[in-house]
Design a protein around this ligand. Structure first.
Ligand SMILES: C[S@@+](CC[C@H](N)C(=O)[O-])C[C@H]1O[C@@H](n2cnc3c(N)ncnc32)[C@H](O)[C@@H]1O
Length: 285
């Protein structure tokens, strides 16, 4: 896949848009209603995000958020006292985030459209780079982490959330149940419609066995069957992909393994889908 395909995907599918029915118009009242609907959904489904944000000291820190989606966490980070700037690949996310912050009269430094592979900010600039649910969608992760290290102050911190390999979602739901389900649908020639049609179309394009290989199947089972690229992480993989950093701490959250009803199982710290990692850049001072 190419950088253009990735940009086009996020431009057409702003993160979480479909789950709450999308924007109904472009007036400020449409945006306001949409943001309220989106935030209720997000922080009800993924309550842990607010708890994790509460555990981070953003107060008076210069923060760059990479990958903005609907700007929900941007608002939360600003409300926690950060001197916030944002960066996103798409003008849609940049526009939505700016609109949100202006509607809610929240102070911020700047929001730019750009790529984490070539960050449009100067060296040694930020105390914190925060990136939730983004870097596992960046194929050239080594270049991304190099850029993040460049713009962080020497004593700065990178805080990321990436998908977890040792999770119920990856091992059981994606690895077994969804693969078996698709294999059966394909073999029996059945198409129940919805996202299954897209999965079947993908499988026909790539060949069923190729499509079911985990290194392919993972891309299409995290953010919908049209998503061009996803990766799952464990700690050794983080160490490999972030050579300019050392890990300070990590923790897992979020019981999520659709279609299994696992949300209320108290296993998130062991088998959660969201792996949060705090890292320090290794820099010569
Ligand atoms: C899955 S969404 C996550 C958004 C938000 N942080 C959240 O948790 O809802 C990924 C976001 O990252 C952006 N993105 C993807 N690749 C990027 C890149 N290479 N550079 C900057 N932003 C990127 C997308 O445009 C999209 O807004």
């Amino acid at each position: 896949m190419t950088e253009n395909e990735i940009q086009e995907f996020w431009q057409k599918h702003p993160c979480g848009d479909a789950q709450v029915g999308g924007l109904s118009g472009r007036h400020s009242t449409d945006y306001e209603k949409f943001f309220q609907r989106y935030d209720s959904f997000r922080y009800e489904e993924e309550k842990h995000i607010l708890q994790c944000l509460d555990g981070i000291n953003f107060n008076n820190k210069k923060v760059l958020e990479v990958g903005l989606g609907q700007g929900a966490d941007s608002e939360q980070i600003i409300r926690r006292g950060a001197i916030w700037s944002g960066l996103d690949l798409t003008n849609e996310s940049v526009h939505r985030t700016q609109t949100r912050l202006q509607l809610r009269r929240l102070p911020y430094d700047t929001v730019k459209q750009g790529n984490v592979l070539n960050i449009p900010f100067s060296d040694n600039n930020f105390d914190i780079v925060f990136s939730h649910g983004v870097l596992h969608h960046v194929p050239d992760i080594k270049q991304a982490q190099k850029e993040i290290s460049r713009i962080l102050k020497p004593n700065g911190e990178l805080i990321i959330m990436v998908y977890s390999k040792w999770s119920l979602n990856y091992i059981l739901s994606i690895g077994l149940i969804r693969r078996m389900g698709l294999f059966l649908l394909n073999t029996l020639g059945m198409d129940p419609g919805g996202i299954y049609s897209q999965h079947l179309a993908n499988a026909h394009k790539l060949g069923i066995w190729q499509y079911l290989r985990m290194e392919n199947f993972i891309h299409y089972n995290t953010d919908g069957p049209l998503n061009p690229y996803s990766k799952v992480y464990d700690i050794p993989e983080i160490k490999k992909d972030f050579p300019d950093f050392i890990i300070i701490k990590s923790y897992k959250r979020f019981m999520h393994a659709p279609p299994l009803p696992v949300r209320f199982l108290p296993l998130d710290r062991l088998l959660g889908w969201h792996l949060w990692v705090h890292l320090h850049p290794i820099k010569k001072i």
